[in-house]
Design a binder for this molecule. Structure first.
Ligand code: SF4
Length: 299
């Protein structure tokens, strides 16, 4: 059976405005009609599906998230969510635990946990991976923030540098190397992963399902990520869009077979490698991957 990952975007809004974020914020939301369309699609196209509620802040649409889970419950192998955690409260955390939904919690070296209820969240550490995001301009905060993560007994942590929106100076790359080595040395009892750019974690066939019901082919959202950024010139954004946009969930003839037929991994890989070359930080990405190479699983 095919393994399919759907990155479902519930909303284009967020309750934060992080320095390294360059997303457009709008008030579009995944519709109830599209939940039914997705339900029909999955019913008619059996596969091993994972749904990840991802991009912007899915907890702003918590009721809709519950509706998706309730509607698709017995047809989906696994649900996961990526969140900034600001809205995580007892009710939400219990809901995720009771429904076996794994949480990817973003924590950066800028706000240093100030906006999170760590006491509470850490009680649910077994269903959480902390995605520890490192902005090059705030590396002086990285070690103290990481130690705080350890103090609260989180066991799953992923070390992530900021790509795309920030330029890494040479001295900052050196600093990143030192920080990562220190973190590895103090992380004996935890599962420490890393997210590089070119060396990424093995995954299923991946589709992004946007709020308007359009399916896009992608790989760890790398192309989706790039096309959000204002530094990328419009013709490259257009190229990514044209090459990745497939079908809309409301189309009558939509099927998994058709989506898979259109899923073109060579095209995706070509763009994943070419876009940073044509735009900006290709060498930075290479160096960062080298720094992280022992911790990153290769495809
Ligand atoms: S939490 Fe995520 S989506 Fe929201 S502003 Fe920060 S980086 Fe952007």
């Amino acid at each position: 059976m095919d393994k399919i990952l759907i990155e479902l975007i519930l909303t284009n809004q967020c309750n934060k405005r992080c320095e390294y974020c360059d997303l457009d914020f709008q008030n579009t939301v995944f519709s109830n009609e599209n939940i039914l369309n997705l339900d029909n699609f999955i019913k008619n196209n059996p596969a091993e599906y994972t749904i990840n509620f991802f991009w912007w802040e899915p907890l702003l649409q918590f009721e809709k998230l519950q509706k998706v889970v309730k509607t698709l419950w017995n047809k989906i192998k696994k649900f996961t969510i990526g969140t900034n955690g600001v809205m995580l409260n007892q009710e939400y955390l219990e809901y995720f635990k009771n429904n076996n939904i794994f949480i990817y919690l973003s924590v950066d070296n800028i706000s240093c946990w100030k906006d999170l209820n760590l006491e509470l969240i850490s009680k649910f550490a077994e269903i959480i991976q902390v995605n520890f995001i490192n902005d090059p301009n705030f590396l002086f905060n990285s070690l103290s923030t990481f130690e705080k993560v350890l103090d609260f007994w989180f066991q799953n942590i992923a070390f992530m540098p900021v790509f795309s929106t920030k330029k890494w100076e040479k001295s900052q790359l050196w600093e990143l190397l030192k920080i990562y080595q220190t973190i590895k040395n103090i992380s004996n009892n935890i599962q420490l992963n890393t997210y590089g750019y070119f060396n990424w974690v093995a995954i299923e066939k991946q589709f992004i399902l946007d709020t308007d019901g359009n399916f896009y082919q992608d790989l760890d959202s790398l192309l989706w990520l790039q096309k959000q950024y204002s530094q990328l010139n419009p013709s490259l954004k257009q190229e990514i869009n044209t090459q990745t946009k497939l079908l809309n969930i409301s189309e009558l003839n939509i099927s998994l077979e058709l989506l898979l037929k259109k899923y073109n991994i060579e095209e995706i890989l070509k763009l994943v490698f070419e876009i940073p070359k044509q735009s900006w930080h290709f060498m930075d990405y290479k160096i960062i991957d080298k720094i992280l190479e022992n911790g990153t699983q290769k495809r």
